[in-house]
Design a protein around this ligand. Structure first.
Ligand code: GDP
Ligand code: MG
Length: 111
């Protein structure tokens, strides 16, 4: 999770540090979901302005405002897609006993 309302230099320093740690741990960048929070405070600055930076390479991203609720539905879907990838063509009946089914996650906006 990155607070993108901070000065861009600070955002990039934090991202570089995260990236370094993930590389050390040999985490596959394609598996990373980077959540950009506080997009409500961007005031005209577009995430696209900085998201082409190589530091973002191979990361999936979700843009949210935790306080306003923007992007939470998309974030939920991205988490669910990764937790229960569609490539698994196993029918529900063929699931191993005890395997979790995709949960229904309720967000305030669903109410
Ligand atoms: N405007 C705005 N404020 C947020 C958002 N998410 C968290 N905050 C506020 O940020 C404050 C917490 O600071 P934060 O930078 O998230 O945490 P810290 O850096 O770990 O101390 C709280 O007052 C939250 O209400 C957001 O999406 N938009
Ligand atoms: Mg902070």
């Amino acid at each position: 999770m990155l607070d993108v309302s901070e000065p861009l230099e600070s955002v990039m320093i934090k991202l570089a540090s995260c990236r370094e740690t993930l590389d050390e741990l040999q985490v596959d960048s394609r598996k990373v979901l980077l959540v950009l929070n506080k997009v409500d405070l961007l005031k005209g600055r577009l995430p696209d302005d900085f998201m082409n930076d190589p530091l973002f390479k191979d990361f999936s991203t979700a843009r949210v405002s935790a306080t306003r609720g923007d992007g939470l539905r998309q974030l939920r879907n991205k988490i669910l897609e990764r937790t229960f990838p569609p490539k698994s063509k196993i029918s529900p009946e063929a699931r191993p006993a005890g395997a979790p089914k995709s949960p229904e996650v309720k967000l305030p906006a669903d109410a």
